[in-house]
Design a binder for this molecule. Structure first.
Ligand SMILES: O=C(O)CNC(=O)[C@H](CS)NC(=O)CCC(=O)C(=O)O
Length: 289
């Protein structure tokens, strides 16, 4: 609607924060209302969280609810909505059935005509036992992706990632080296790890790559028993938090000025200072000899 022209150095980004349920229909309805709100507030690019369409940890129940890409009603609804609103819509992820026994945790970038401009399958699987007793085995259900993906928005190259990926810095280095000036990590971070690490990791990836980092999040207590951290974030390349959500569903908006990328990279050009050697690891034995 208010989409700025291609070649412009500025655009308006929004994150839609959600409290995902076990119902695909209810989640689509909630997401659509928030995306409409974001467009009304002038967003050219809107991002939704990881698992926008279903938050379900029980494998059998998940497989009853999901389909392949062609039959996915959330994807169809979001394509129609992007075209209607004339926005770039980045669906943080959907669970897409890729075989009898496996799903992909897949992000979609949808263009203002409703066409799929890019797809990314989450690479790093959250197979973790937390100290509070929460246990996750993402790889028991999902087939990890094997490729890093960038998507060209009219204003900037966008680097894709999802949630737990944020803990693997070389992925974002690869995306930045491939020209990404806006990075993304839509998430369903656990409350306990989010409290400890969320802002730190998001800001670190932005600063070390001199790039914007836009991450829409799941937040609050979910029907599946999980508590997620929320705090959707839009971070500038110098590390400032431009917009941040609380724990409840809401929309956050910020203006993305790409001149800030050159400014940050000009001040500290660490992106051009990578050394390729492996630092020697000194062991006790070596030191003794
Ligand atoms: O479970 C669902 O329904 C949605 N999917 C997820 O929540 C995914 C895989 S279990 N969660 C994460 O990657 C959390 C990472 C995280 O919290 C960290 O890195 O600390």
């Amino acid at each position: 609607m208010t989409a700025k022209m291609a070649g412009s150095r500025k655009f308006t980004a929004a994150c839609v924060q959600m409290q995902g349920t076990r119902s695909v229909d209810r989640n689509i309805e909630a997401a659509v209302a928030l995306i409409r709100d974001a467009a009304k507030r002038g967003a050219d690019y809107v991002q939704t969280p990881e698992q926008t369409a279903i938050m379900e940890l029980k494998r059998a129940k998940l497989f009853e609810a999901i389909t392949d890409e062609e039959n996915d009603k959330a994807l169809a609804a979001f394509r129609k909505l992007a075209a209607e609103l004339g926005i770039w819509l980045h669906v943080g992820s959907l669970a897409i059935r890729v075989s009898e026994t496996q799903a992909a945790n897949r992000a979609f970038v949808i263009d203002p005509q409703g066409a799929i401009a890019a797809r990314y399958d989450k690479i790093h699987m959250f197979d973790v036992d937390l100290p509070n007793g929460e246990t996750y085995r993402e790889s028991a259900t999902y087939r990890p992706g094997t490729a890093a993906v960038v998507a060209d928005l009219p204003w900037a190259r966008l680097g894709l990632s999802i949630c737990y990926d944020i803990r693997f810095p070389y992925l974002y280095r690869a995306l930045a080296k491939a020209g990404a000036t806006v990075l993304s990590a839509p998430a369903a971070f656990t409350k306990v790890t989010g409290e400890a690490h969320w802002h730190l990791l998001q800001r670190a990836r932005a600063v070390e790559n001199g790039a914007f980092l836009i991450s829409a999040a799941q937040g609050g207590m979910h029907e599946n028993g999980r508590a997620t951290y929320g705090h959707s974030l839009i971070v500038a390349p110098w590390g400032e938090v431009l917009a941040e959500a609380g724990t409840e569903p809401e929309v956050i908006v910020a203006e993305i000025d790409l001149a800030k990328v050159e400014e940050a990279r000009g001040r500290v050009p660490s992106l051009t200072h990578d050394r390729t050697f492996q630092p020697p690891v000194e062991t006790q034995e070596r030191r003794a000899s």
